[in-house]
Structure formats: structure tokens, C-alpha cells
Ligand binder design. Structure first.
Ligand SMILES: Nc1nc2c(ncn2[C@@H]2O[C@H](COP(=O)(O)OP(=O)(O)OP(=O)(O)O)[C@@H](O)[C@H]2O)c(=O)[nH]1
Ligand SMILES: [Mg+2]
Length: 211
């Protein structure tokens, strides 16, 4: 195997996760909230687009607004806002490439080399899933925490995820733990410390705008 074996960009579909309730933001559709003058979803689409071969959006409300961004939009097939895994499943149901990369709509500063580093690590580790980990402050210390919605996964895990969610499973970690998973640290010297900061409230979103 060559030293830098990886996955071709064309073999990855990027999935923007915008299907949540946004309850901590007052129930608004998070992906449509403005960030530096443009909707969060559009901002993420621009950042993710160059990293992947195709793009899709998972959303459950205001579908026409998302369609206006020029990317296919798929709502959850599972009912009642079953959480991010419902978005993963909707993505896998429509994914025609061997790999799917998920990104949430509320983390606008995510790395521009996210796909490249997850892809290299998943191949090097002969794994099925790669999850980003990023430094987070914890009781005066800094620890690497998994960012489970930044997830590169094999598209053929669809059957497994379908069975897990049909049985009532909702936890990303509990499902990924059933498969060969590598964790990929984003704590190199040049990595932006706020790359994985996500906005759960409007105040957090406005604070991110000014960083
Ligand atoms: N498809 C889908 N995605 C979801 C669901 N719940 C959360 N997500 C997505 O998962 C990611 C992380 O979720 P949260 O940060 O909790 O966002 P949220 O659920 O919209 O916000 P809260 O209601 O405040 O928890 C976001 O990209 C959400 O869009 C869901 O029920 N279905
Ligand atoms: Mg939530």
C-alpha cells in the first residue's frame, strides 16, 4: 500500500445535518439562521463542497429553502426527531458513493481538511468509521473529546444502522462502537482551537461570528 493511501474525494458524499429541533435556539431551523450574513447551511455547504465528490442536506423543515442552495435535500425516514442517527440513516439511504461524511449545520468553523484527515486515518486503521476528536476544556484541563457528528463512515453500514435504529437505538456512540472505529485528533499546532465550537443558542452563534 502506498504511504499516503486514502479515499478519493469523488468516493465521499458530504451530508450536512440540519434536521434537528433547534430547541436551545428557541425552536428555529438552525441551518437557516444567518452567520456572517449568510445562512449557516450555505456556509457549511461552501466549506464542505471542495472536500467531497457530492453533497446532500438532511433537513426536516423548510425543505424548499434548503433546496434553493442547489443540493439534494432528504428528510428523516424515522419519525419524531430521532436524533442525529436519523440524519445519518437518511444520508445512507440516498448515498451512491462508498463513503459518507457527516457535518452538523451549527459548527461553521469546521476544518477545511476534515475529509482528508478522516479519510487517511480510516484507511490507515483499516476501519469502517472515523470520528474527529478535538480539545475541550474540562475542569481546568484540556482533553480530546469525540465529535460524533463529524463522522466518516462506509455507506454499506446502512443495514447495521437500520437495524440499530429500528430496535430503538438512538446513541451515536453506542452504534459506532459496534464497528471498527478510529478517532482522529484535530490538535496539531496549526489547528484552529475553535474549529469544533458549535452554536446551540443564538448567543453562542453571535459569539462565533465575531471570532
Ligand atoms: N435528522 C436529524 N438530525 C438531528 C436530529 N436531532 C439533532 N440532529 C442534528 O444533529 C446535530 C447535533 O444536534 P444538536 O446540536 O443537538 O441540534 P438540535 O437537536 O437541532 O438542537 P437542540 O434541540 O437544541 O438539541 C445537528 O446537526 C442537528 O441538526 C433529528 O432528530 N433528526
Ligand atoms: Mg439536540
Amino acid at each position: 500500500m502506498p504511504a499516503h493511501a486514502t479515499i478519493a474525494t469523488a468516493d465521499i458524499t458530504g451530508l450536512l445535518l440540519a434536521g434537528g429541533r433547534g430547541s436551545r435556539m428557541g425552536g428555529v431551523d438552525k441551518g437557516l439562521q444567518p452567520f456572517n450574513g449568510e445562512p449557516l447551511a450555505l456556509h457549511a455547504i461552501r466549506r464542505l463542497g471542495p472536500q467531497v465528490g457530492r453533497l446532500m442536506v438532511n433537513a426536516n423543515r423548510n425543505l424548499a429553502d434548503y433546496e434553493a442552495f442547489g443540493v439534494p435535500v432528504w428528510p428523516d425516514s424515522l419519525a419524531d426527531y430521532a436524533g442525529p442517527l436519523a440524519g445519518f440513516l437518511a444520508g445512507l439511504e440516498h448515498c451512491t458513493t462508498p463513503w459518507l461524511l457527516t457535518v452538523p449545520c451549527d459548527t461553521p468553523l469546521f476544518p477545511t481538511d476534515l475529509a482528508a484527515r478522516l479519510a487517511e486515518a480510516v484507511v490507515a486503521g483499516n476501519a469502517e468509521i472515523a470520528i474527529a476528536t478535538a480539545p475541550e476544556a474540562a475542569e481546568g484541563d484540556v482533553v480530546l473529546r469525540p465529535q460524533p457528528v463529524f463522522c466518516l463512515l462506509r455507506a454499506d453500514l446502512r443495514g447495521s444502522l437500520q437495524r440499530y435504529t429500528e430496535a430503538g437505538g438512538r446513541k451515536v456512540h453506542a452504534w459506532t462502537a459496534q464497528h471498527r472505529t478510529v478517532h482522529v485528533p484535530f490538535d496539531r499546532p496549526g489547528d484552529a482551537p475553535d474549529a469544533f465550537f458549535n452554536a446551540n443558542t443564538l448567543a453562542e452563534l453571535h459569539a462565533l461570528e465575531n471570532r
